[in-house]
Design a protein around this ligand. Structure first.
Ligand code: PEP
Ligand code: MN
Length: 394
């Protein structure tokens, strides 16, 4: 299907209304006109993914929601321009497939593979300045990690570079052969809005098959939720331990108004010590409201801690405990533990503690290479996938 270059008038009005809502976590561009000009240039580019592929993912996710398949999503916390090498992209995708094959075998059902790749360049941050008082790094699509005022100043031309890197990364993902869909957090709204295309009566993001809204940008009256509601793509929403069951139902009503299996993935990231208490009433209430969502566990973001060395890290023990808790909750309620969402890399890093590779807290600084959050290395990822496999065996 050929896209119309712009979304149609009615959709454009809805899009503008969405974008006029308050938007958290947006960069303060020093030159707004330049940012608008870059975004206008992006609108003229061909999409990175096709609507046929996105519709195929919708079909596969419907099977996950029905309990017939499992969803494995993962990759870097933050992609960087420097690390978007063919080798890194190919090997990350290969690791995703390896983990998926392990789980598929044990679960006796297909595993839908979704990479955090080809657009995962924007990061939400808890403060606008870092410890030295410099503007915080917001991902390669906004500024540079280099700790100087100049490098940290948001630069709209980075949106154009991100789009070029995303297209090139998608090329490498496609060349890897096996079907892998791509996803990222829909955070930087100027970039995301410039990626919309109309196909018939549907508005698709041409930037990824699957987009999610993060824990820090899920305000009900905010721009991100309204933006996601416009899209035909499957949508994820991160929910942390502060989410009430009533709020979860409200999200489902807004983002899955037609009660379509797999349209909405609720990605719980509660922390290993909270998941068994906080998740059950949410699952019960959303299920009772008739929304066939996918329940996916992100065992990474609720289990981050700062080590005495100052490094942000995660213990595989905690990550595993959250996955265990997530499965236990769904087993007790008779619902489907539909998937997991991980941060991993093919690189043999020492960012997370534990696992059969025996990384200790003291080892963490040795190969700490992430641009943002600590990732599981291949050994730790396989440890976790084996655990998931075991949870599926009777
Ligand atoms: C992330 O997925 O990298 C992230 C920032 O997660 P969350 O929104 O759950 O904090
Ligand atoms: Mn992260």
């Amino acid at each position: 299907m050929a896209p119309t270059a712009e979304v149609r008038a009615g959709d454009r009005a809805r899009l503008e209304a969405a974008l006029n809502r308050p938007a958290a976590q947006q960069p303060d561009w020093p030159d707004r006109e330049r940012a608008a000009a870059v975004a206008a240039g992006l609108r003229a580019l061909p999409p990175i993914v096709t609507p046929d592929e996105t519709d195929r993912l919708r079909g596969r996710l419907a099977a996950v929601a029905r309990g017939e398949a499992f969803l494995l999503q993962g990759g870097d916390c933050a992609e960087t321009f420097a690390d978007n090498t063919p080798t890194h992209v190919r090997d990350n995708v290969a690791l995703l497939h390896r983990l998926a094959a392990l789980v598929a075998d044990a679960a006796g059902r297909p595993v839908v593979r979704v990479a955090r790749a080809a657009g995962q360049y924007a990061k939400p941050r808890s403060a606008s300045a870092d410890a030295t008082g410099l503007p915080v790094y917001r991902g390669d699509i906004v500024n540079s990690r280099t700790p100087t005022v100049r490098a940290r100043t948001p630069d709209p031309d980075r949106m154009r570079r991100a789009r070029i890197h995303a297209a090139a990364t998608m090329g490498v993902v496609r060349a890897s052969g096996a079907a892998t869909f791509v996803s990222h957090e829909a955070l930087l709204l100027e970039y995301e809005a410039a990626g919309l295309r109309a196909y018939g009566s549907a508005v698709h993001s041409g930037l990824a098959h699957f987009l999610w809204i993060g824990e820090r940008t899920r305000q009900f009256d905010g721009a991100h939720v309204a933006f996601a509601a416009l899209l035909a793509n499957p949508i994820g929403l991160k929910i942390g331990p502060g989410t009430t069951p009533e709020e979860a139902v409200e999200y489902a009503q807004r983002l899955d108004p037609h009660r379509e299996p797999g349209r909405l993935t609720l990605i719980s990231r509660m922390g290993h010590d909270r998941v068994r208490d906080v998740l059950p009433p949410i699952v019960e209430k959303v299920t009772a409201a008739g929304h066939p969502v996918i329940w996916q566990c992100d065992p990474m973001h609720g289990n981050t801690r700062v080590l005495p060395s100052g490094h942000k890290s995660r213990h595989l023990r905690d990550v595993t405990a959250e996955v265990d808790g997530f499965f236990a909750v769904h087993r007790a309620l008779g619902t489907h533990p539909g998937g997991i969402h991980l941060e991993f890399t093919e690189d043999n890093v020492t960012e997370c503690v534990g696992g059969t590779c025996g990384i200790t807290e003291d080892d963490v600084p040795e190969r700490y290479r992430t641009a943002c959050d600590p990732r599981l290395n291949p050994t730790q990822s396989l440890d976790l996938a084996r655990r998931v496999a075991r949870l599926f065996r009777p």
